[in-house]
Design a protein around this ligand. Structure first.
Ligand code: CTP
Length: 399
């Protein structure tokens, strides 16, 4: 399957708490991202959610008993433990956390957790007093010390009717941590600055000039960088997307706002990717009050905005600079010209007029140009996957 977690195996352990039903949503996200998921349920978890739900979603048998010898052939605990690229326990009860900390292997989940050498991500969920108890806090401290990743529970209303910390962390947050743990951390230590989205150039308080950029490509790049270990700053024009978790997000409106934010953060960046669709012109005059219509035509006078990327190219230093070229004709020629004129290390050219590419699509088809090399045409793919394909190529420039 052609997705970001294709070929990766996740073992998902589910222990018995009311949040067990939320595991189904986590499974759905992992499967949709291409991972092979094998679920293990404790006896208590089966009181809250049926194995059939998870089996249907994963298309894999659900491991329940340690002593089921037939299952042992197929999904035996050692085989599962060895096959896992990542072991997640969500929700993890106080009891489950206690057993894993002490090394008690009296059920399938605790046994696999002990036998696996894969990274482990634990998402606890329990009553607030149990979470705050010295026993659980001490166990969490010990597990963290052993390199286990813990995704802290959230506060809010708990199933037992009380308020406090103990709710299972947001399922998307668990998914994103898992996806990051499944990536090669080849951008660890790299400070990266990404720009995304359109800019808006206001004529008056009620009207602006802009373009159809949705910001998706830039957000996918920022998220992929974060997953691969980079320290990411995302400067974004107005878009309808949630900033990726763990990314420093700076919201801007106009090209000049974007220029100021980029200047402020460019100094620390080793890598700059400019995927924003910056407006080249702004109205010469920005009216304080709404322009009233009059008879006849209206002529607007526009003036040039700064070319943020060209300015960065002129003061390049040892930074790696990557641009995008949005074209509607002579794509390669125009992209080559921009690569040279803006002194870039790479430009990603896309024909924004072709279906399945460019603005506001979930997919993109691009051609990657680097100085002195043949253009590399990539097939049409999801922007998520394309972000990783681009990062694979930028990695060679960084090293
Ligand atoms: N860019 C920029 N500042 C601008 C215009 C563009 O930083 N004022 C950056 C974009 O983020 C992109 C690259 O330059 O990485 C190329 O942008 P594009 O819109 O394709 O081209 P332009 O340089 O604006 O040229 P033209 O509009 O004439 O095609």
């Amino acid at each position: 399957m052609d997705t970001i977690l294709a070929g990766r195996t996740v073992v998902l352990g589910i222990s018995g708490g009311i949040a067990a039903y939320k595991a189904a949503e986590l499974v759905r996200l992992l499967v949709r991202a291409g991972a092979g998921v094998h679920c293990i349920m404790t006896a208590a978890a089966r009181e809250f959610i049926g194995p059939l739900t998870l089996q249907t979603l994963t298309k894999n048998p659900v491991a329940t008993s340690l002593f089921d010898l037939w299952d042992e052939q197929e999904i035996g605990h050692i085989s599962l433990a060895e096959r896992a690229d990542l072991c997640i326990i969500a929700p993890a009860t106080a009891n489950c956390i206690g057993k894993i900390t002490l090394g008690i292997a009296d059920d399938m989940l605790a046994t696999v957790a002990m036998a696996t050498r894969a990274p482990m991500l634990i998402a606890p969920a329990m009553n607030v007093n149990m979470w705050n108890s010295p026993a659980v806090q001490e166990n969490i401290r010990i597990l963290r010390g052993r390199g286990v990743h813990i995704i802290d529970p959230e506060s809010g209303e708990l199933a037992c009717g009380t308020e406090g910390t103990g709710r299972l962390a947001d399922i998307t947050a668990i998914f994103e941590r898992a996806a990051a743990l499944l990536q090669v951390q080849d951008y660890r230590g790299v400070k990266a600055l990404v720009t995304a989205g359109p800019t808006r150039e206001f004529l008056d308080p009620a009207r602006f000039l802009s373009n159809p950029s949705s910001g998706k490509m830039g957000y996918c790049l920022a998220r992929a960088l974060q997953w691969r270990g980079a320290d990411v700053t995302l400067v974004s024009g107005p878009v309808a997307l949630q900033p990726p978790r763990g990314v420093r997000h700076i919201a801007v409106t106009s090209a000049r706002d974007m220029e100021a934010a980029v200047k402020e953060h460019a100094g620390q960046a080793r890598l700059i990717i400019k995927s924003a669709a910056v407006a080249d012109y702004r109205p010469r005059e920005q009216l304080r009050q709404k322009q009233k219509k009059q008879g006849g035509a209206l002529t607007l006078e526009l003036e040039r905005n700064p070319d943020i990327l060209a300015d960065l190219g002129a003061r390049k230093g040892d930074r790696v600079l990557v641009g995008f070229a949005a074209e509607t004709e002579n794509m390669l020629k125009h992209a080559q010209d921009k690569l040279r004129a803006k002194k870039l290390d790479m430009i990603i050219a896309n024909d924004v007029s072709s279906p399945g590419a460019g603005f506001a699509c979930d997919t993109n088809q691009v051609c990657i140009l680097t100085p002195g090399a043949e253009p590399e045409h990539l097939p049409c793919m999801s922007k998520d996957l394309l972000a990783h394909a681009i990062l694979d190529r930028i990695q060679r420039l960084l090293s």
